[in-house]
Design a protein around this ligand. Sequence first.
Ligand SMILES: [Zn+2]
Length: 116
Amino acid sequence: MNTCIECGTEFAGRSNQKFCSMKCKNAYHNRHNKAKEAKVIRINKILHKNWTTLHRLYEVYRSSPISMDIAKAHGFNHDFFTHVHHSPIGEKYTMAYDIGFKHHIDNQIQIIVSHD
Ligand SMILES: [Zn+2]
């Protein structure tokens, strides 16, 4: 006998069969996909928060150097970003979609908006 990994019911079938029914198979996979999806949603929220924070800071400071601590105080989480942009002159920008920043020594950052 097999035991259904979704509902615990014992059933007859191939020894490698994990589910008693399609209903249990679907329920199991739906739940697991939701959990996977929840991780993506959590990260997307952080990225979106970073994006709005950088745009708000840009409204105020434009490309003047500001402390990373100011950005963090506004809710910026610098562990999450969408990509790295390399400028034609070799500068490296950490991006959140269309906006990003250049890291200076001494914990200062300079925000730039991408126009492409
Ligand atoms: Zn079942």
